[in-house]
Design a protein around this ligand. Structure first.
Ligand code: BV8
Length: 258
């Protein structure tokens, strides 16, 4: 489905001449980089798990090595992934709009890789691991090559790699369901949402909180909303412009029309 040029022009019209743009992105923007969204059925050995059951502190407590392996698998997929035209289009917007802040739910680091200079990672970053016990402060980041090896390697109760300082398990530096968002990230994302003249929402189902409330905070403070998604999502109905299409096809056209 190709979005009518009139709608592209309408979105570009809302963006032209503004000073402050907030962008909220979700897993959908990375789909064209080959990274499955949370809604996609998980492939292969992970097909029988629901991400929301694996991305929790309880899952890690019950099966630390399984959860560790799931994130190791995702890190391997990420190693093959590159930013797609939608990531580059957002980076290019910085040439047209003085302040562009990308607030992302994604943990893949692709916005910075594409050149966006102001990115708030609400849910952490898959490429970083940290000590489960925050033994040198929260977070205590550990380079994987410095980790102590798993205990009981090859056994049923094999552990994840461990912290070289205290021996606790390592865990991915991401925000699990039921965990607080990084304090600085949430506060700044709320402030940026409320100060924005336009919020551009890309590739999110608008389900996961508190990220999903940010377009509401922006609109209540007077921002116009543009939503980009091939499917209607929880935000489409309240958007000033809903561009129903793939971000990698739509966003470059919006930038070209600026
Ligand atoms: C918290 C890191 C305080 C891990 C993730 C109300 C208030 C506060 C909390 C809650 C609340 N209600 C419920 C909660 C609890 C929970 C929550 O939101 N649950 C949901 C399921 C209802 N929230 C939390 O726990 C948060 N913590 O609030 O702390 C607290 C603490 C305790 C108790 C209460 C409150 C923490 C949430 C963070 C979870 N971690 N990621 C990891 O990645 O492993 S979230 C995870 O889900 C990813 O970040 C991912 O981004 C997100 C899924 O959402 P989307 O990004 O939207 O992706 P999704 O797959 O859903 O949709 C993709 C969209 O893309 C689709 O619409 C599709 O159509 C579209 N698309 C597809 N292709 C394209 C496309 N779009 C554009 N172009 C394309 N080509």
């Amino acid at each position: 489905m190709t979005v009518e040029q009139a709608w592209i022009d309408r979105a570009a019209g809302l963006l032209r001449g503004i000073k402050r743009l907030a962008v909220l992105t979700g897993a959908g923007i990375s789909k064209e980089s080959g990274i499955p969204t949370f809604r996609d059925a998980m492939e292969g050995m992970w097909a029988r798990y629901n991400p929301q059951e694996l991305a929790t502190p309880g899952a890690f407590e019950r099966s630390p090595k399984r959860v560790w392996n799931w994130y190791a698998h995702r890190r391997e997929m990420l190693a093959e992934a590159a930013p797609n035209p939608s990531h580059y289009a957002l980076a290019e917007m910085e040439a047209h709009i003085p302040e562009v802040v990308v607030i992302t739910q994604n943990v893949d680091g692709l916005h910075r890789a594409a050149g966006s200079t102001d990115v708030i990672e609400l849910h952490g970053n898959l490429s970083r691991v940290k000590c489960l016990d925050h033994c040198r402060g929260n977070p205590t980041h550990i380079a994987l090559e410095d980790a102590l090896p798993p205990e009981n390697a090859g056994e049923e109760d094999e552990t994840p790699p461990r912290c070289p300082h205290c021996g606790a398990y390592l865990r991915p530096d991401v925000v699990w369901f039921g965990e607080m968002l990084p304090p600085g990230a949430l506060e700044r994302a709320a402030q940026v949402s409320r100060a924005a003249e336009v919020m551009l929402v890309v590739g999110t189902s608008g389900v996961v909180q508190p990220a999903a409330s940010m377009p509401l905070w922006a609109a209540r403070a007077g921002a116009r909303l543009i939503d980009v998604n091939p499917n209607p999502d929880a935000i489409s109905g309240s958007a000033d412009v809903f561009l129903q299409g793939q971000a990698g096809k739509v966003l470059p056209r919006v930038v070209a029309a600026l």
